[in-house]
Design a protein around this ligand. Structure first.
Ligand code: BGC
Length: 744
């Protein structure tokens, strides 16, 4: 057996080495041709069983070990990829079986959900997006790639680029929020951070844009739920971050769990084949989600497992995660002529090509000494602290309660999340450990050394009524100069399968807040959560409110940096915060309707019992200073076809602190053949200003950015009246118009 395998490989290598058409070609083209030749040579030598093996991915145990059958299957060429199996030694052992004992020596591709860090955990993706700084996401993804490759991984199931307009959906935490433009910037940055310019480099992993597509639009915010999304909305809202990932060179896509317009996304030929592979020319492969091929039966599409395999493969789904319908049923489907071998070959080719591009054939093994060297390094923690700090969003700051003065006597630090080492890790924590997590208590104590300067009382549990220390909390507040309450959700209250029907403070947390507010002491409410919470009462009654999300390993230091004013608040909301669940879905880039909300007109689009405005709009976030915009000028108010639009606006820091602000530029197309949103973010700039300083911020929008998909789904730019709106968040701003002239 072994000898035969060696012979086959020898012939293949000779074949690849002897290719003459690569001579003289550019290095990139030569590498491509070599990869292609290797893949074609392998393909022609593979048995059907070996081909189907490449289409199969199986799960190991959550702590990283493979299952007993994996080694045998790898030896027989029946398993091409695993998830959760990790550790340099473990993966090397399995890889050695693939390379030395399988007939063709095709390497195994080891995958894992490295979503916002492997060992060093960064803020959850929604929080990271609140930095509005994609370079942070890129650097964080690179660190995650370094740590992942140190333990033998070469593929991460990230970035998650699902647009989410429903904070009930627990997985809103994993993405970049509601905006296609911001989402696209972060999609691109994360793909670049994971893959670099060459994903074969020893410190890079292959990325996976997921979940293709529409997963965030599940009805009622319930996970895995049905979606009905018009093709127009798909193209305008849900596709763009995926498209950005493709443009950034993402190696793989993952299909989503949801039923999309009557066809489960995992078996949807329109999205998988027509859009992704044909229109976008995506040359990578698509992996299913966990058992989602088999789940097409429960959806009511496939009659049985064989039907599930047929539907999915024909739709363009290449690799099956965990369920085994391909391995079990494709042989019969091929025999019966229901599926052509070319369809199987196309899937195998795509997978082998990525394995080759990952350099796995040349460097299948991991240097085992890296595991001790490359995890948890101090420079990664410094970046995690920067990211945690910059993701914090200041939502309210009456009477300048914040920043806390260094000369402050003492702080009462109260709440179930104030000293919680688990919550900051979020719901996908890779191999993150809770011991090194810096809690808010630790972060504040580091800033305010000395006995009794930070008095900590847990107060209540996040949920339930198992703990009652409300009185002690009140006493601590009375004895201190200021009370900081850290309230919100546990990390398992968002993420997968963690949708909520109420998005308030669970348990007795509001009682705790009320009691502390009644002391009359200044109160800062710090919110830890993986989603926007609807806290109208809390926000109205608390002088200072800060959204801290789940900040990762360095959460406490990052937050303390902001609370104490060592870092100016940077964060802006990547998603709208509703006042109440009844407003959902609520998002800034909505349509105007024929009857926009008008307080003086009953027959306008609104609620009779609540404002239609959000609690906090998209793009919102205060600073410790004050900023004003003035003089929005559009350089050319009559634009001819093909010309860019140039605009400028002045921003002044009218406060007394040096601070940073984000100038946001929105576009409105007043009349078009398909109605357009009231505004869409098109660009933004971060500026740093000294007190009293004014800067001129300039923007240039390319002509193509003025377009949209028309009724026939063509991308068009239509003449007519447009507005540019410059603001510090999405709800208000300076507005100026320009006209796009008809082409003559
Ligand atoms: C999730 C994916 C994840 C996969 C593998 C699924 O349940 O939806 O996001 O990548 O599991 O862990």
């Amino acid at each position: 057996m072994r000898g035969r395998g060696f012979r086959v490989r020898h012939v293949l290598l000779a074949l690849v080495a002897g290719l003459s058409f690569t001579a003289g070609a550019a290095p990139d083209a030569r590498a491509k041709a070599r990869t292609q030749a290797r893949v074609e040579a392998l393909l022609s030598a593979m048995t059907l069983e070996e081909k189907l093996g490449q289409l199969q991915q199986l799960d190991g145990f959550s702590e990283g070990h493979p299952r007993a059958e994996h080694a045998t299957m790898i030896r027989q060429g029946r398993l091409g990829s695993t998830l959760n199996v990790r550790g340099a030694k473990t993966t090397n052992e399995l890889q050695r079986i693939a390379m030395e004992q399988s007939r063709l020596g095709i390497p195994v591709l080891f995958a894992f959900d490295v979503i916002h860090g492997y060992r060093t955990i960064f803020p959850v993706p929604l929080a990271e997006t609140a930095t509005w700084d994609p370079t942070i996401a890129e650097r964080a993804a690179h660190v995650a790639a370094i740590e992942s490759t140190a333990v033998g991984l070469k593929w991460t199931f990230a970035p998650m680029v699902d647009i989410a307009r429903d904070p009930r959906w627990g997985r809103i935490v994993e993405g970049s929020g509601e905006d296609p433009y911001l989402g696209s910037l972060f999609a691109r940055a994360r793909v670049k951070g994971f893959q670099g310019d060459d994903m074969a480099a020893p410190d890079r992993v292959m990325a996976c844009a997921k979940h293709w597509v529409g997963y965030g639009a599940g009805e009622g915010g319930r996970d895995y739920n049905t979606t009905e999304i018009s093709e127009h909305a798909l193209r305008e809202v849900y596709f763009p971050p995926f498209k950005a990932a493709v443009e950034a060179g993402v190696g793989t896509f993952m299909s989503a769990f949801n039923d999309l317009n009557g066809v489960p996304a995992t078996a949807n030929p329109f999205t998988l084949r027509r859009i992704l592979k044909e229109q976008w020319n995506f040359d990578g492969f698509v992996v299913s989600d966990y058992e989602s091929v088999k789940e097409t039966i429960a959806h009511g599409l496939a009659a049985d497992a064989k039907d599930a395999a047929r539907y999915s493969l024909l739709a363009g789904l290449d690799m099956e995660m965990v369920s085994r319908t391909y391995a079990e049923h494709l042989p019969a489907l091929l025999d019966e002529g229901e599926v052509a071998m070319t369809a199987v070959d196309d899937a195998v080719r795509r997978i082998l090509t990525k394995k080759a591009e990952l350099g796995l054939f040349e460097r299948p093994y991991t240097d085992e000494s890296r595991e001790a060297r490359d995890l948890d390094r101090p420079e990664y923690h410094r970046l995690a602290r920067e990211a945690a700090g910059k993701s914090v969003v200041l939502l309210k700051n009456e009477r300048d309660v914040l920043p806390l003065r260094k000369s402050l006597g003492s702080v009462a630090l109260i709440g179930p999340l104030a000293n919680d080492k688990q919550a900051p890790l979020g719901s996908w924590l890779g191999d993150g450990r809770s011991e090194p997590v810096v809690t808010v208590l630790e972060g504040l104590r580091a800033k305010l050394p000395g006995a009794n300067r930070v008095r900590f009382v847990k107060g209540v549990e996040v949920e339930g009524s198992g703990l009652d220390q409300i009185e002690q909390a009140v006493e601590a507040a009375k004895a201190s100069d200021v009370a900081v309450l850290v309230l919100g959700e546990r990390s398992d209250m968002s993420g997968e399968a963690a949708s909520r029907s109420r998005i308030d403070l669970p348990g007795r947390q509001q009682d705790l807040l009320r009691a502390v507010l009644a002391t009359g002491k200044p109160v800062v409410l710090v919110l830890m959560s993986g989603r926007p919470l609807a806290l109208e009462w809390e926000v109205a009654n608390t002088p200072a409110v800060v959204q801290a999300w789940f900040g990762g390993t360095q959460a406490g230091h990052g937050l303390a940096d902001v609370l104490m004013g060592d870092l100016e608040p940077h964060g802006k909301l990547p998603v709208t915060f509703p006042r109440a669940v009844g407003q959902i879905p609520i998002y800034y880039n909505h349509k105007n309707t024929g009857r926009p909300p008008d307080p003086n007109n009953k027959y306008s689009s609104k609620y009779i019992d609540l404002s239609s405005d959000p609690l906090f709009p998209f793009g919102y976030g205060l600073t410790y200073s004050k900023f004003e915009l003035a003089d929005l000028k559009i350089e050319n108010t009559e634009i001819r076809a093909g010309e860019p639009v140039r605009a400028s606006v002045k921003i002044t820091n009218s406060g007394i602190r040096r601070a940073t602000e984000v100038v946001q530029l929105y576009l409105r197309d007043h009349a078009a053949s398909v109605t357009r949103p009231v505004k869409e973010l098109k660009a933004y700039r971060r500026v740093y200003l000294e007190p009293g300083e004014t800067k001129l911020v300039t923007f240039e929008l390319a002509y193509t950015e003025l377009g949209f998909h028309d009724r026939d789904m063509r991308y068009v730019v239509e003449p007519g009246m447009f507005s540019l709106i410059a603001g510090l968040h999405s709800a208000t701003g300076l507005e100026s118009t320009f006209r796009l002239l008809k082409a003559r």
